[in-house]
Structures are given as C-alpha cells and as structure tokens.
Design a binder for this molecule. Structure first.
Ligand code: ARG
Length: 487
C-alpha cells in the first residue's frame, strides 16, 4: 500500500477527546438515530417505503468488519479510548454471532443494516456505542460495505468460472475424435471438431474471468473516512482502516468515494457479458437436444418432464440459463439508469443499487454452478454429428482450396466449385457421389485424390492454421488452457 500522503495531524489533546460528555437521558420519542431536529414522527407509509433492511441485511458481515476496523483506527488515533474500542468490538462480535445464528431482531424503523447494528450496539454497551459513528457517515459506510461484498462475490464467481472452464476443457479432451458440422447462419458450413467448438466457450469464459479481475482491481479502493462527502476535521488514519480490511489503496476524493457506483456497474456489465455467453451455450444445448438435431442427450438429472405429455424430456435448465439472461441485463440497465441523473454526492436513489447487484451475483453463481454440473452429464451422439458433418456440401471449401493448391485463383476456384455444387443439387447427390469424369468437366485440374479431400475427416485434419480445427491445433488449445487454468 502507498504511504500516507500526509500524516494525521498532531495528536489531539487527550482530555478533550476522551471526556465523556453529559448524556442526553431523555428517551427519544421519535425512536430514530437522526431524530434530533424532527418534531413529528415519520408517516406510516414512509417507513416501509424508505427501509432497506429487508434486503441490505445481507451486508451485515461487511458492516461489522468495517465497523471493527473503524473502531480500531479511532482508538489508535486516540479519538476514542482503548476501553471504548474494546467494548464496541465485543458488542459488534456478539451482534455478528446473533445475526449468524438467526436470533438478531432487525427493525424496520431503523431503516438499514447500518443503523440496526449501531442502535443494537448502543443498547448493549451504552455510551461507547454512540462513539462508533465518529468520523464516518452511512454514505461512506455503505460504499465500503458494497465494495467488501462485491470483492468476495467476484472472487467466488471467478472461481466458479474457472471450474466451468476446466469442465469444458476436460470434455473437449475426452471427445477429441468427434467431428460435427460447424455452422454459420445456422446452415451447415464446414466440418469442425466438437472439441474445437466447445473450446470457443472456454475462450469466452477466459475473457469473462479477465473482466471480473479487472473490475476487482479497480474496486480495491477503500472509501471509509470520506464521511458524508467532505471528509472530517478529526485526526483519522484512513490508510490504517484500508490495511486492516485488506484494500490496496484508499479513495482520493471524498465526494467521488461516496457517490461512485461505477464499481458496481462494472460488475453488472461483466456479469451481463458472462451470462450472454452462458446463454448462447444454453441455446445450443437446447437446439442440439431436439429430435431435429439429435446431437446430444442431457441427463435425466438436468432435465424435467411435462405435466401432460408423458413422453417429454425438456431442457429446462438450459432454457432457464437463457431466460435469466434478461434479468441480468435488466439489472445493468437499471443501475446505469439509476445513476445517470444524480447530482454529486450521495442521493438516496443510490439505495436502489443493492437489489440489482445481489440478484445478479445470485443469478450468475447459480447459472455457473448448474452449467458446470450439467455439462459432464451430457451424452454426445458422435455418429449423428459425424454423419451430418458431411452433408450439405460442407467440404465445398476444401474443393476450392484443392484448386487453389493447383494454381487456380481463389475467386475462380470458388466459381468452379459453386457450379459443381449446383450440379449436385440438381442431381440430388453429394459431392463425393460425383464421378471423376463429371468433376473434370468443371476443371481438368481435378484428379482422383479429390475424393479423400472431400472427406470431413480430411477437411478437419488439414485445417492446421493457427487456431484452426485440426486435431493438432485443438490439442494445442487444450494444452494452453490447461496450463492457464492450473495457475
Ligand atoms: N441505506 C442507505 C443506502 O443504502 C445507506 C446510506 C444512507 N445515507 C443517507 N444519508 N440517507 O444507500
């Protein structure tokens, strides 16, 4: 971590900071941590409208950890006494135990997780509890909690992506001999190895992991101590808090720190791209498991039946991965839209950031987990894939490249081959069913060796360009990803 740019100013006079002020013993009739300047209680409809405890209670662990680090720092800087810090930390740990055990009672009129914890702390330990919120605000507190939460979520999602990649690589390695039709426009285009097709998803997922890792790096900035928006006059040490919480750096600008949500938007954007990839894969699984394709059979364990049609076995898991993509996109657009008109710094609108973030983290994790479970339980119908790989004139490009090797310019070779295909379509036969004489009537350069060239297996074996579908190239890809994934 970088050195503090400027050290906390000279130590505060001990007596002033440690003297316990006379406490206000009058019970608060409005029952709010902020009700000092209020004369009337909140309208009944407002409490349920403004609360976030129903969903942000999920941040309790981050909130407690942030508060413990903050209390340590306050004591170290002599803003509170060591004894007060100890009482605070003991109280916070007890609260954490109760929340984890499910025995803590959350209260809606305390709005959010921050005030629920703080208020419970004060009711447990008395006056020292009232000092915890010194030199911080809920604005920097929530920015901290969300970063801490996302930091953990992203690490866990990255490891789920890695497992999915490993699973696909293992399947690709196991099925190296399976040839399938490669498609463009969903029309059979050229034969490819099934492994090559599957490894395309590994390439996508690898970039997804990179996007999460980039996002994590930018997110690794500690905002606490920015307070409401302008910092504090108290002699805090923000670097200390950052070190304790394992952050790489601290925010430069307090106004930015409390009003920035682009770290969350980046997470939602990386998630949207990831689930777009999962959705494409899921769509292929749906398609491949149809009677029309018959390329795969998904295990009973990852399919469901119909309540009316006894014969049905439906790919609902894959469909739901595809379906949930809409929600994840929606969450990104929702937060982008939420932020676009907000003046600096914090605005309450920003409380609406949490549900999209939680929902995306949950959805992405569930989709990755179920996809990783489902893939090894898929049976590939190798003979059907191979048979269809040779249909639809899929080796026409090989014929054109054969002519190129004999010196024909590619455009001319394309034209000749197109004519041959048209001839075959009229005769309702495949390229390999033509006899040599027929072929030679289109180009005298064509010889008997053309028939091997038209084999799908030759087509695949000879596509040796870097990144191509030849077994040698596909094996190189597998080696590459295995090495990368082992890191
Ligand atoms: N529950 C709030 C949120 O999630 C915490 C910050 C509230 N700050 C405030 N000044 N009202 O955004």
């Amino acid at each position: 971590m970088k050195k503090p740019m400027h050290k906390a100013s000279s130590k505060p006079p001990k007596a002033m900071l440690h003297k316990t002020q006379p406490q206000n013993r009058v019970a608060d009739p409005l029952n709010k941590l902020w009700s000092g300047r209020f004369k009337e209680p909140t309208h009944a409809s407002v409490e349920s409208f403004t609360e976030s405890i129903s969903f942000d209670k999920r941040l309790w662990r981050q909130d407690v950890n942030g508060s413990i680090a903050h209390a340590h720092m306050l004591a170290k800087q002599r803003i509170i006494t060591l004894k007060e810090a100890e009482a605070i930390i003991r109280g916070l740990n007890n609260i954490a135990l109760e929340i984890a055990a499910g025995t803590f009672s959350f209260s809606r009129n305390l709005e959010d997780i921050h005030m629920n914890i703080e208020s419970s702390l004060t009711s447990r330990i008395g006056d020292p509890g009232k000092k915890l919120h010194t030199a911080r605000s809920r604005n920097d507190q929530v920015a901290l909690d969300l970063r801490l939460y996302l930091r953990d979520e992203i690490r866990s999602i990255m490891s789920l992506v890695r497992s999915l990649e490993e699973t696909i690589v293992a399947i690709a390695e196991k099925h190296l001999d399976v040839i399938m039709p490669g498609y463009t426009h969903l029309q059979r285009a050229q034969p490819v190895l099934l492994s090559h097709h599957l490894l395309a998803y590994v390439a996508m997922l690898d970039r997804d992991r990179g996007r999460f890792s980039d996002c994590l790096r930018r997110m690794d900035v500690m905002p606490l101590g920015s307070c409401a928006l302008s910092g504090t006059s108290l002699p805090t040490d923000r670097f200390l808090v950052a070190r304790e919480l394992g952050f790489n750096s601290i925010s430069m600008n307090s106004i930015d720190a409390v009003s920035d949500r682009d770290f969350a938007i980046e997470f939602l954007a990386a998630s949207a791209v990831l689930i777009m990839h999962l959705s494409r894969f899921a769509e292929e699984l749906v398609l491949w498991s149809t009677e029309e394709f018959r390329f795969i059979e998904i295990s009973d364990r990852f399919t469901t039946g119909s309540s009316i049609m006894p014969q049905k076995k439906n790919p609902d898991v894959a469909e739901l991965i595809r379906g949930k993509t809409g929600r994840v996109y929606g969450n990104l657009v929702s937060l982008l839209t939420l932020m676009k008109g907000l003046p600096l710094a914090y605005n309450r609108d920003m409380q609406e950031d949490k549900q999209p973030v939680f929902d995306t983290a949950d959805t992405i994790s569930a989709c990755l987990t179920v996809m990783t479970g489902m893939l090894p339980a898929i049976q590939f119908n190798a003979s059907r894939m191979k048979a269809t790989a040779g249909e639809g004139y899929s080796t026409a490009t090989d014929l054109a490249e054969y002519l190129v090797r004999k010196g024909v310019p590619f455009r001319a070779a394309h034209e000749i081959t197109g004519k041959i295909v048209l001839h075959c379509i009229r005769k309702k036969i495949g390229l390999q069913a033509l006899d040599l004489k027929d072929l030679q009537s289109f180009s005298p350069l064509i010889d008997r060796d053309i028939f091997a060239v038209l084999e799908p297996s030759t087509s695949v074996r000879t596509r040796t360009s870097y990144g191509g579908t030849s077994p040698a190239e596909v094996k190189r890809q597998i080696r590459h990803y295995k090495k990368m994934l082992a890191k």
